[in-house]
Design a protein around this ligand. Structure first.
Ligand SMILES: O=P(O)(O)O[C@H]1O[C@H](CO)[C@@H](O)[C@H]1O
Ligand SMILES: O=c1cc[nH]c(=O)[nH]1
Length: 260
């Protein structure tokens, strides 16, 4: 009997789910949940080329200010986000930035505002395969710091505001009862989404930077949600978060070069 070691078998190969091989992506990869948001990112890249489109994972690679950057959609929830992260790291990704949408639990936050996560509650099952329940899920400090500074500067004159705080990563969008949401609000959780904590966990274990910025899709404390029509303010937030992340990458690279 020879039990398979998945990591040893897949490292550096063409990957099973994302359908990408080494060389297909840049070291920086933006991670939206929705495959359609990959196309939105591609519009901001120079020479963005569709590299693969398999299951929920749609990938473009291009450049921004001369830096090779990719975008791969994760699909919804931690299981598929974890697969995308593991496979991207297998072929050379070094910094993964989730560009999401998320519901706010802080009453001050409005649809279209941006929320940057400083850590995330692991209300999900995927991280349990990797770390004990008491292990923290936190993004890369240095990249997140640059992300916060860049977002604040770029959004200074904007109607949309930038908020920074603890997020929660949940497994069940419709399992979030009013009682459960109230328990999170009491803990001063800023926002809820469905992928960040597993991405932070994998990033930590595989020595890869992970960060997360989300546009506010609705506020669950005052029932200001838009489920039945196009959410224009959320779409504006996606454009803003993409621009902020690309500029953060450019500044982060500059800072790295200056240190050398
Ligand atoms: O818009 P995305 O990035 O998918 O993010 C949020 O939207 C989905 C739920 O509606 C979940 O994936 C959640 O994390
Ligand atoms: O985006 C999200 C994720 C979880 N729950 C929500 O209400 N919205």
């Amino acid at each position: 009997m020879s039990i398979l070691n998945k990591h040893e078998t897949t490292l550096g190969q063409k990957q099973y789910h994302i359908a990408l091989a080494p060389g297909d992506i840049g070291e920086y990869v933006l991670l939206p949940g929705d495959p359609a948001r990959s196309d939105r990112v591609a519009k901001y890249l120079d020479n963005g080329v569709l590299m693969a489109n398999n299951r929920e994972h749609r990938t473009f690679t291009g450049t921004y200010k001369g830096i090779k950057i990719s975008v791969t959609s994760t699909g919804m929830g931690c299981p598929s986000a974890a697969i995308a992260a593991e496979e991207l790291i297998n072929i050379g990704a070094k910094t993964l930035i989730r560009i999401g949408s998320s519901a706010a639990l802080d009453p001050r936050i409005n649809i279209g505002d941006l929320m940057i996560s400083t850590s995330s509650m692991k209300n999900e099952g995927t991280s349990k395969f990797y770390v004990p329940d008491c292990f923290p899920a936190a993004p890369d400090f240095e990249f997140t710091h640059e992300l916060i500074m860049t977002a604040k500067e770029m959004m200074d004159e904007s109607e949309q505001k930038v908020y920074i705080g603890v997020s929660a990563t949940d497994d069940a969008f419709y399992g979030e009862t009013p009682e459960f949401l109230e328990s999170l609000r009491k803990l001063k959780v800023m926002n809820i989404e469905m992928e960040a904590s597993a991405l932070y966990t994998i990033g930590h274990l595989r020595d890869v930077r992970v960060a997360c910025i989300c546009g506010c899709s609705g506020n669950l404390t005052n029932s200001e949600v838009i489920y039945t029509k196009k959410n224009e303010r959320l779409a504006e937030a996606w454009d803003k978060e993409i621009q902020v992340v690309l500029e953060t990458i450019a500044r982060f690279e500059e800072a790295k070069k200056a240190k050398k």
